[in-house]
Design a protein around this ligand. Structure first.
Ligand code: MLT
Ligand code: MN
Ligand code: ZN
Length: 303
């Protein structure tokens, strides 16, 4: 299995269009050592066939930067055989609009909660009915694996995660099972597995075994501290109110990752305010010491 990072930033990307925080301004001015990043998405492939995880608003740039997704076998073609959505957030779903020229309905896998939001508060699927259409496949959230017929070598398991539903969901701040999932992707030939969770609000007991058993973790690295937006005088909203567990501090994501011996550990969905984006920051140095990596656009891992 090949895992290709298409976009490694959180919503807004890095730099964000209207942001002059230390990182965004520093990147524009060349004052910090950092790389620009597009919004959160990965592709997982098996030979010619790929599954897109999330569809970012930056998808055109991302596809342009990764030629394997355009094999050029016909006048209209793509290597994307299916799309898995881990939530209904704008940064993970808006790219579906940019795929509307597809010759037949998009094969989209998401939970019924995400389906409700994408036919309700943010009715992308309804709009797409006027273009290529969407063939919805309900993702089970009871721990049962599922398969995607077009991608025979991979097996998928959705793990319900505690995060926050999007602002347009009828249950924002009252999380329902399936609003957000993590996905374990297992290669049935090599037996290696990836656990992907770019939206993680808390690390609950049922999640532990997926983290411990993974060969590769790509997990939520949105913010360093819960009050990061307030520290930058951007907003009083805490990361936890947006469904993201901070990296640092007691009970933070790093404290859990540190205890895991098996997986390669990579942070993804990094917000532009996060000090780890500055490659010379003390926070980034701390990650280096702990052997925890930061995903970048174009990063590829073979499992
Ligand atoms: C989030 O991860 O909390 C959302 O994607 C934020 C956003 O894009 O507005
Ligand atoms: Mn997001
Ligand atoms: Zn910024």
């Amino acid at each position: 299995m090949r895992v290709h990072v298409l976009g490694s930033a959180a919503g807004g990307g890095f730099p964000q269009w209207n942001c002059n925080c230390r990182n965004c301004a520093g990147l524009r001015q060349g004052a910090i050592r950092a790389q620009a990043r597009t919004q959160s998405s990965i592709a997982v492939g098996d030979g010619e066939d790929w599954v897109l995880f999330n569809a970012s608003p930056d998808i055109r740039t991302q596809l342009g930067a990764f030629a394997d997704l355009q094999p050029g076998r016909a006048v209209r073609d793509t290597a994307i055989r299916a799309i898995v959505l881990i939530d209904a957030q704008i940064d993970h779903t808006t790219g579906l609009m940019m795929l509307r020229e597809h010759g037949h309905p998009l094969e989209v896998y998401c939970t019924s909660m995400v389906y409700q939001d994408l036919t309700g508060g943010y009715p992308l699927f309804r709009v797409l009915e006027h273009y290529c259409g969407v063939e919805w496949h309900a993702v089970p959230v009871d721990g049962e694996p599922f398969t995607i017929p077009e991608i025979t070598a991979l097996r998928f398991t959705a793990v319900p995660l505690r995060s926050e539903a999007p602002p347009y969901s009828p249950h924002r701040h009252a999380p329902h099972r399936g609003d957000t999932i993590g996905v374990r992707v297992e290669d049935i030939n090599t037996r290696k597995n990836l656990f992907y969770a770019p939206g993680l609000g808390s690390i609950e007991p049922h999640l532990r075994r997926y983290l411990e058993d993974a060969d590769l973790l790509l997990v939520d690295g949105t913010v360093w501290t819960n009050d990061e937006l307030a520290r930058h005088k951007i907003s009083q909203r805490r990361a936890s109110e947006m469904g993201h567990l901070p990296l640092s501090g007691e009970g933070g994501t790093l404290s859990v990752l540190e205890g895991l011996t098996r997986p390669r550990k990579i942070l993804i969905h990094i917000n532009n305010t996060n000090p780890i984006l500055d490659e010379e920051s003390t926070e980034r140095n701390l990650l280096n010491q702990k052997g925890i990596e930061v995903a970048y656009d174009g990063m590829e891992i073979r499992l």
